[in-house]
Design a protein around this ligand. Structure first.
Ligand SMILES: Nc1nc2c(c(=O)[nH]1)N[C@H]1C(S)=C(S)[C@@H](COP(=O)(O)O)O[C@H]1N2
Ligand SMILES: [Mo]
Length: 486
């Protein structure tokens, strides 16, 4: 076995472990899986945990998150879930590169012919081999090179079928990608939740493979296997092979403990490290994808979850009590003309209506109609400075520690036809739960960027001086990445 295979096998193991650990943590933040994009409280096909939301009072998707133990990455309660995503994407990037090297080697050298079957007779043969294993008949060593039919099929599945499935399903969950290439989602019946469910099932298949693979490798010709795993050759002393093998396992164990510890105790530093690489990568992949997908009236979801409670402040309650007559949208920062707009003035501007799919970072989704005014219109009036690369949406809601909600986005993304300030939802004035009097819709992003209860809009050249400087309330407090494109 060549060194490339020995090394990629090891890196692959590290990546898969990180992907599964962080993936489970992501799942725990919305521990329900569906086949439909109209996610309700009761139409999942699989649910973990026992939480039940009250019928008589307002609850949010955040309340549904489950606590997950330290065996997940980074471990702990749902407030670390942003870091789980950062690790998931970092591991995914390394995994894709490793896979590309492995595929490159297999196809460049013709080694794939030993693995990928080229005849249908593989299936009856594999069944025969399966019966052999099932009745505990260990095949002779000669059956291992080249592989027997069952091994061939399994390895082909795990190395050439499952990885593309994981990448395809991952992309089908991205708002940036699916809103730019809506027909792509037809692969999964047009449903991101189907892709999300398959992504989970893919993880189960990987896990099942790993268990069976490890058991068989340990039980059947272990001394031969351990030499191949660590040195790629059988012509090496067993002691040396075992030493390398055990050190590698120990390294993986310690590595996992160390990154978990650092992520939990130095979240800001670890986030900075991961996100500085990821933001650039994600922006390169998704940044140019201008959203264009809209839906029909009949596609609208009967139920739309809420995330983020209506503001409890006196100021807001007073404004809401008076139907927002005294509410003013202040637009300022690096602009040619500062604006203070009433709701009626916003309504008097050219109105845009769009039916789009909302995708929350936690996993749920719903389709709704939004009526409002394009950010283009606003920018035509306030004339942002060329240097104002970002636009910050400040909200009225304040958390238990007195920190206000806000999110910064790229000014560039505000030129999208579908970037609007919405004052209507499903042809009614925006209600309190969903962000009255005004909220952002930016269809290339995940839900947490779509600020509700907007107080003011500020054009800036940097967001370092706002909040904790990471570009948004969720980035500051729950360590989300800034791009929010997938
Ligand atoms: N002001 C404010 N805006 C917010 C939030 C919030 O907590 N406060 N939550 C965000 C998140 S995470 C999501 S998914 C959407 C949810 O929108 P909805 O409540 O209308 O479903 O709003 C986003 N905008
Ligand atoms: Mo969200």
């Amino acid at each position: 076995m060549p060194l490339v295979i020995v090394v990629t096998h090891f890196i692959n193991f590290i990546c898969i472990l990180l992907l599964i650990r962080s993936g489970l943590h992501i799942l725990a933040d919305h521990p329900m899986l569906y086949w439909t994009d109209h996610t309700r409280r009761d139409n999942y096909w699989l649910k973990f945990g026992k939480k039940k939301m009250p019928k008589d009072k307002l609850w949010t998707a955040h309340d549904e998150a489950e606590h997950i133990g330290h065996w997940a990455l980074p471990g702990g309660a749902h407030h670390e879930f942003g870091m789980a995503r950062n690790w998931h994407f970092a591991a995914a990037a390394l995994w894709v590169v490793t896979g590309a090297v492995y595929w490159g080697y297999m196809f460049a050298t013709g080694a794939w012919q030993r693995l990928i079957p080229t005849s249908w007779s593989i299936f009856p043969q594999a069944w025969h081999d399966f019966i052999g294993y099932a009745t505990l008949h260990i095949p002779p060593l000669t059956a291992f090179h080249p592989y027997d039919a069952l091994q061939q099929l399994t390895y082909t599945g795990v190395a050439f079928v499952l990885p593309p499935l994981m990448i395809l399903t991952a992309l089908a969950m991205s708002p940036a990608f699916t809103n730019r290439f809506p027909r792509y989602t037809l692969l999964f019946g047009g449903r991101r939740q189907a892709a999300r469910s398959l992504h989970f099932i893919g993880m189960l298949l990987f896990s099942a493979f790993i268990i069976v693979h490890v058991v068989l490798v340990s039980l059947v010709y272990f001394s031969r296997n351990v030499r191949l795993i660590s040195f790629g050759t059988v012509h090496v002393r067993l002691g040396a092979a075992l030493a390398v093998f055990c050190s590698a396992l120990l390294f993986v164990l310690i590595f996992n403990i160390v990154i978990t510890y650092f992520t939990l105790n130095h979240r800001v530093g670890v986030r900075k490290l991961l996100v500085s690489m990821l933001n650039t990568l994600l922006h390169t992949v998704f940044g140019w994808m201008v959203p264009r997908k809209t839906y029909k009236r009949s596609d609208i979801s009967p139920f739309f979850r809420v995330n983020g409670y209506p503001p409890e402040t006196e100021t807001f309650k007073r404004l809401a009590g008076d139907d927002f007559k005294d509410w003013r949208l202040h637009i300022g920062g690096m602009v040619g003309h500062e604006l203070d707009l009433t709701l009626d003035e916003l309504r008097a501007m050219p109105r845009q209506e769009q039916i789009t799919k909302h995708i929350c970072i936690q996993g749920w989704s719903a389709i709704g109609e939004w009526g409002g005014v394009q950010m283009r219109e606003i920018m035509a009036r306030c004339q942002p400075d060329k240097r104002a690369k970002y636009v910050v949406f400040h909200a009225y809601d304040v958390d238990g520690n007195g920190k206000p909600f806000y999110e910064a986005l790229r000014t560039n993304d505000m030129h999208d036809r579908l970037s609007i300030l919405a004052y209507e939802m499903n042809w009614k004035p925006l209600n309190l739960e969903h962000g009255a009097p005004l909220r952002l819709r930016c269809e290339r992003k995940l839900g947490y960027k779509m600020v509700k209860y907007i107080r003011s809009i500020e054009f800036v050249d940097s967001f370092e001086h706002i909040g904790e400087g990471r570009g948004g309330y969720r980035e500051d407090n729950v360590m989300f990445d800034w791009e929010a494109s997938i």
